[in-house]
Ligand binder design. Structure first.
Ligand code: ADP
Ligand code: ZN
Length: 215
């Protein structure tokens, strides 16, 4: 499947994407994971992106498009992909359309995961992430803590609060989302690709997507 997942930070895009990869071998492409990996590795890309990310600002469109142009041409994308956190602005969506046309790729669907703002804020404040760039497993201190406090179940690395998950940065990320990313729903509605799924259960979001794909 070739799907874009839209939704606020904390809506569950990453969780849903991971569940979908198990269904048919499509790959999850998370621009946030790629950028955090680059910051940790100290690459040029990481150095450029770090300050924007810490503040909860978007990194410049040109950096993101450079990453995605390469990533979408890697061979594991042929089976399908789940775009998680990209596109995030109208210019990114327009450039993605051009890129997909050039590569001869057609999207199946754009899924907008719609979760109430109070739920989102609470989730982000209690979210914890494995700091190993190759793992980045997600936990929640209230609803899904690791078995041993502060240690990742999957890889044994420390589980930490992300640098952009202070109350201040979270509030800023949600404002940025409303201003820059929310308009993408209208953009893809016009293209006839949008499917909005309201609800806080990732299981129900996944079954909604399967149904919409006719599977
Ligand atoms: P969340 O969806 O929880 O905000 P992500 O992991 O998707 O987290 O993104 C973390 C940060 O990485 C964003 O706040 C932003 O700084 C940067 N980022 C990720 N994807 C993009 C993108 N497509 N365009 C611009 N910045 C991005
Ligand atoms: Zn881990």
């Amino acid at each position: 499947m070739k799907i874009i997942l839209l939704g606020a930070p904390g809506a569950g895009k990453g969780t849903v994407a991971k569940m979908l990869t198990k269904l048919d071998g499509s790959v999850q492409i998370s621009t946030g994971d790629i950028l955090r990996g680059a910051v940790q590795a100290g690459t040029e890309l990481g150095k450029e992106a770090d300050g924007y990310m810490k503040r909860g600002d978007l990194v410049p469109d040109s950096l993101i498009m450079g990453i995605m142009e390469k990533r979408l041409q890697e061979s594991d994308c042929q089976q399908g992909f789940l775009l998680d956190g990209f596109p995030r602005t109208i210019p990114q969506a327009e450039e993605l359309n051009q890129l997909l046309a050039k590569l001869g790729i057609k999207l199946d669907m754009v899924v907008n995961i719609d979760v109430p703002r109070d739920v989102i804020f609470d989730r982000l404040c209690t979210r914890r992430t494995c700091e190993n760039a190759k793992c980045q497993a997600i936990y929640n201190v209230k609803s899904n803590p690791p078995q041993q406090e502060g240690i990742c179940d999957k890889c044994g690395s420390p589980v930490v609060q992300r640098a952009d998950e202070t109350q201040e940065a979270i509030a800023h990320r949600l404002d940025t989302y409303n201003q820059k990313t929310a308009p993408l729903a209208g953009f893809y509605e016009k293209e006839g690709l949008l499917k909005t799924i309201t609800g806080t259960s990732s299981d129900l979001v996944v079954s909604g997507i399967q149904k919409a794909l006719g599977k």
